[in-house]
Write a protein that binds this ligand. Structure first.
Ligand code: G4P
Length: 282
């Protein structure tokens, strides 16, 4: 897949996040519940090594609930505080301030030991483009903030947004680029909307999706496209789906571009149901 990852972008994003981290007590890292590992930038672990961190499995409304449970287990086994949220509808968001307080307990204890009335805890939302950072901030703050540009370098003067009395959020989230050296990671990011449609190939992406669905969700695939059996040959699957959806060119041949786009759009519009594109390995 012709998607490029530029080290220059990454270095700049890293510097910007490092600057922001100086001001904050707790990091709230947002990942896509459908692809919790592919939607993380591995640099986050290194960047936030000295800060307490909460992981939000966002867009959980689109993921397979059984697989999301496996992911919670996976992260908790690593002792990472984790919450399952659907920030579009506000589900799970109420628990965020409470978890942040729990994570910042050592700092709060320090204030108490010194006899100081604790100041509001400062949190930074961190994540890759389109993972839901602005939506989470809006939900937590209970108001609309302007969407921040996804380009590193697009910064504006920073302000703190109050979340209740005990927490403040930096209004500009930390934006990190996903790292897709593995091409399957690129496909997962394309399917979940993390990268722009102009830069990926629908056919390749839909082939990846069909192979994955054949293995993990065969019944959904059969049901959606009215297929009796699932051929192991992905070209046959394209032919069958293309014919059923009327994607034909002259001579009765299947239009693969059109078929690929239909498969892709059906997935993006949730017509195949709640699907997770990644499972914990162990
Ligand atoms: P960002 O700041 O990290 O870049 O992401 P943002 O909040 O702008 O969210 C990106 C898209 O994801 C938005 O859709 C938003 O509504 C959607 N989204 C965020 N959280 C959730 C969630 O929990 N569930 C679902 N289903 N969607 C969520 P959009 O504006 O329509 O953009 P797009 O989907 O057309 O790219």
């Amino acid at each position: 897949m012709a998607i490029q990852w530029y080290p220059g972008h990454m270095a700049k994003a890293k510097r910007e996040v490092q600057e922001k981290l100086k001001l904050i007590d707790v990091v709230i890292e947002i990942v896509d519940a459908r692809i919790p590992v592919s939607s993380r930038n591995p640099m986050v672990d290194e960047l936030t090594a000295n800060k307490p961190r909460l992981i939000l499995l966002n867009k959980s409304d689109l993921a397979d609930p059984a697989v999301t449970k496996e992911w919670v287990h996976y992260f908790e086994k690593r002792n990472w505080a984790t919450l399952v949220v659907d920030s579009q509808r506000g589900k799970g968001i109420k628990q965020v301030p409470e978890k942040v307080r729990e994570l910042a307990k050592p700092l709060l204890d320090k204030f108490h030991a010194k006899g100081i009335h604790p100041r509001a805890l400062r949190a930074l939302i961190l994540g890759i483009p389109n993972v839901g950072k602005s939506t989470v901030i809006n939900r937590l703050a209970n108001k609309k903030i302007t969407k921040i540009g996804d380009k590193p370098g697009v910064t504006k003067s920073q302000q703190w947004i109050k979340v209740g009395k005990e927490m403040e959020l930096l209004d500009t989230p930390g934006i990190l680029w996903p790292k897709f050296e593995d091409q399957d990671v690129g496909f997962r990011l394309a399917l979940t909307g993390a990268i722009k449609e102009e830069i990926f190939d629908f056919q390749e992406t839909s082939v990846f999706l069909l192979r994955y669905l054949t293995k993990e969700y065969p019944d959904r695939l059969k049901e959606r496209f009215n297929l009796k059996d699932l051929s192991e040959d992905v070209a046959d699957l394209f032919d069958e789906i293309g014919k059923r959806r009327g994607c034909l060119v002259s001579g009765g041949l299947v239009d693969y571009d059109k078929t690929a786009e239909i498969i892709f759009r059906d997935f993006r519009q949730g017509k195949l149901g709640h699907i997770s594109l990644e499972r914990p390995k162990e």
